[in-house]
Design a protein. Structure first.
Length: 80
């Protein structure tokens, strides 16, 4: 187990990277994405699936699930 904000890999040392709905659970999603970016060489593959902000903010998700409120993105923001 590790901390996505402090990945124990060298710069540009990972290819590919996969995120399956976990970045929005990081205490600082922007820092997590930056750290993943640090570990990827130019042209590397990042496969990601994240629940968009609009879904996390929907009544059903707020009422029936427990998700952190800090790190929420729409697709364009995540890709940027």
């Amino acid at each position: 187990m590790g901390d996505v904000c402090e990945i124990a890999q060298p710069d540009e040392g990972v290819d590919p990277a996969v995120d399956f709905g976990s970045i929005h659970h990081a205490p600082d999603g922007h820092a997590a994405i930056a750290e993943i970016g640090r570990t990827l060489p130019p042209g590397a593959l990042l496969l990601f699936e994240e629940v968009p902000r609009r879904m996390l903010n929907a009544w059903a998700m707020r009422t029936l699930t427990t998700h952190p409120r800090g790190s929420r993105f729409e697709a364009a923001e995540f890709a940027e």
